[in-house]
Design a protein around this ligand. Sequence first.
Ligand SMILES: Cc1cc2nc3c(=O)[nH]c(=O)nc-3n(C[C@H](O)[C@H](O)[C@H](O)COP(=O)(O)OP(=O)(O)OC[C@H]3O[C@@H](n4cnc5c(N)ncnc54)[C@H](O)[C@@H]3O)c2cc1C
Length: 447
Amino acid sequence: MSYDVVVVGAGFAGASIAYFLGRLGVKTLIADLKPWDFVGSKPCGDAVGKHHFDELSMPYPKGDELEGIVKGISIYSPSEQHEVFVSGEGFEIHRIKYTQRLLSDAISRGVEFLGGTHFREPIIKDDHVVGVKIWSGGAKEIFSKVVIDASGNARAVVRFLPKSWPVNEELVLGDANIAYREIRVLENHIDNPEVLRIYINNDVAPGGYWWYFPYSKMERTVNIGLGIRGDLRGLHPKELLYKHVFSRPEFKGSKVVESGGALVPTRRPIPSLVWNGIAVIGDAAYVVNPVHGGGKGSSMISAKCVSEAIKNALEVGSTSAKDLWEANTCYMIKYGGKQGSLDIFRYFLQKLSNDDLEFSISKKLVNGNELNEISLRGKFEVGLVDKILKLSSLLSRPSLLLKLRTVVKYMDLIKEHYLKYPSTPEGLNKWLHDLNKILKNYHDSLM
Ligand SMILES: Cc1cc2nc3c(=O)[nH]c(=O)nc-3n(C[C@H](O)[C@H](O)[C@H](O)COP(=O)(O)OP(=O)(O)OC[C@H]3O[C@@H](n4cnc5c(N)ncnc54)[C@H](O)[C@@H]3O)c2cc1C
């Protein structure tokens, strides 16, 4: 059997690329461990910004694919006495139904779906991935011009590839969050169900946060979860959630509808989304926003960039790293640079004490609109930097002031560096070397 493209994994990233490839008329097979009825199921907060769908011309969730409308997010200080409201439209999406909708669209355009299928290993010939070995009611080999790893944290395909290929960079646990969430039906009515809530408190969720995301279309139903930095041994997000959150009176008598946890990569993207005959998207490519941990929107962006690069590579008749490279220049410009600078910001936030967090939120060092801008652009604008520095200095926080200066400087440096992402694979080693130098200097300066 042979295809132009085989996609391993039909989660949000895999379903998105199947949707795009179907529309581009590329002969595609998409395979997942899960059978059709469960495809897309995954522990998640289910929140996605509306702007992602607009920017990528993706269909909005509708009918029972849509579980809630979002109008903004309130971010609470450790004491919960102070909050910053970030206005912005979004959706609470039904993970299975929306994934199935994307896949159904792709199938209607000729894409083939294979559920209950276990990817086992890639077939490599002359330094080029040429197909996959799978188990689907028996061992099978399938050949293709490109294999796409959309297997999430499993990194099922790339983990088999040589370490020298830049698509195979291992995840360090300190660059990840471990998150656990439950969907619960509460006894009482939820106020402002169109506002998501994020609580920052290092005693409750060190290196992360806990969240309360109501499904506004489903009476009294809410997604509550907690994420912590991945390398904090001895701490477990489920235990912390039960100890600090579910013990609150508003959860008394609530019923658990669904529960589960998973790892979230919260770092800059892998150095390259493509190599000879292989592409990587979604969590397997570390495309999650390092600060808020949302990865659905960026999964769609990585899928769009990779699908277009594949279409063009197929037209020139070669799927080498060089011919697929435009996937990188597309992604790194659209989102990777922002991820890089937010990775710098994430490291800074994870080092702040509860006292600093309380101070920053209560004194409104950054307001909701400004926070939205930082999150969208991965950058502190000059006017904002001046305002924060002035406030911190007026309010005599010299250590915070110093750290902030450093963070802003390195966020800018990283963003500029991603704008210089190489236009061919030959430039990658030098670019990576310079990136690692900037990161090392930054980490040393915040020690
Ligand atoms: C608790 C939690 C809360 C989150 N909240 C949000 C949120 O509110 N908003 C947001 O945008 N993001 C959120 N995220 C992140 C988001 O869920 C992910 O970024 C996104 O789902 C990634 O999609 P994916 O397709 O890359 O991976 P996945 O959804 O993990 O899909 C991978 C697929 O690959 C399949 N697979 C794996 N191995 C194999 C194999 N060997 N053979 C065949 N198939 C295989 C799996 O069955 C799976 O279907 C959250 C994550 C967690 C853990």
